[in-house]
Design a protein around this ligand. Structure first.
Ligand code: HEC
Ligand code: HEC
Length: 233
């Protein structure tokens, strides 16, 4: 009798345990399903940066996927995040009348200054997250040839193949050729003292500008063609 009761209780306990186990399985299964659903909704929902890219009109020049629509406009897909944020800040804070070389970084461009003037801190972060997370378009079998001599010094910061070595430095691989030429000329002009009132574009950076200082037009064209042909990934 006693043994029967004991067995009964034991069976009952194991049933209860079984029930708990099943309940646990069921609830963790439901939780997993909910997570999976949330994940797919998350994937389907455009990010804040993607919405801003479209709504603020950035996409009209830089493309819906960060691949620019013309040769003078930079691709942003896969670009270094902290570099992008610094550029957006530099455009906002710059004034065409400002003394060139006044700070560590100066960047002025008519179209971009207008586009970035009203961006909040949060919007700059969201946009940078979005562009940095996009994949660039890898080049197929284009052969960039060997690096021009004048590009030797660039590798220590921009990497041997145009992919940066440390955050804050832009990737150059696969960038638009005319855009690269314009940037190198702008850096050079800032040190050669070109009148900032007469140029549409102004750019200075304390580490980068000296690198462009002694490049000839021919060097610049060769270097730009080389990096533009490199695969960005
Ligand atoms: C009318 C065309 C146009 C629009 C609209 C525009 N951009 Fe640009 N953007 C440019 C051009 C041209 C440059 C290159 C500027 C230069 O030569 O210094 C540039 C440069 C940039 C850069 C620097 C990239 C680099 O490699 O240094 C970033 C970042 C950028 N744009 C983000 C944006 C964002 C974000 C928006 C929307 C709020 C936007 N742009 C809207 C034309 C545009
Ligand atoms: C000491 C490190 C360093 C070296 C060496 C260097 N760069 Fe840079 N480069 C930078 C940094 C940092 C920036 C970003 C500047 C800014 O924030 O405006 C930059 C920006 C650039 C840009 C603008 C890219 C864009 O998306 O707008 C180009 C083009 C470039 N460098 C080319 C070169 C070339 C060509 C050489 C060699 C002749 C070179 N750099 C050597 C650090 C370096």
């Amino acid at each position: 009798m006693m043994t029967d009761r004991l067995t009964e209780t034991a069976t009952c306990r194991s049933k209860v345990r079984g029930f708990h186990k099943r309940a646990l399985w069921l609830s963790s299964g439901a939780a997993l399903l909910a997570l999976a659903l949330m994940g797919s909704l998350e994937a389907a929902r455009p990010s804040a940066g993607s919405l801003l890219n479209e709504r603020l009109g950035c996409a009209a020049c830089h493309g819906m996927d960060g691949i620019a629509l013309s040769e003078e406009i930079p691709n942003l897909a896969g670009q270094d995040r902290s570099y992008l944020i610094r550029q957006l800040e530099a455009f906002v804070s710059s004034e065409p009348e400002a003394e060139p070389n006044a700070g560590g970084t100066e960047r002025y461009h008519t179209a971009m200054d207008a586009a970035t003037r009203k961006l909040s801190y949060r919007e700059r972060e969201d946009l940078a997250d979005f562009y940095a997370g996009l994949s660039c378009v890898p080049r197929g079998d284009l052969d960039p040839g060997t690096a021009p001599k004048a590009a030797k010094a660039c590798a220590q910061c921009h990497g041997a193949f145009g992919i940066n070595i440390e955050p804050g430095v832009p990737n150059l691989a696969g960038q638009k050729v005319d855009y690269l030429i314009a940037q190198l000329r702008a850096f050079r002009a800032s040190l050669l003292g070109t009148d900032p009132f007469r140029v549409e574009q102004e750019r200075f950076h304390q580490k980068m500008a000296p690198q462009a200082h002694s490049l000839t037009d021919e060097d610049i064209e060769r270097i730009a063609a080389y990096y533009a042909e490199l695969s960005c990934s």
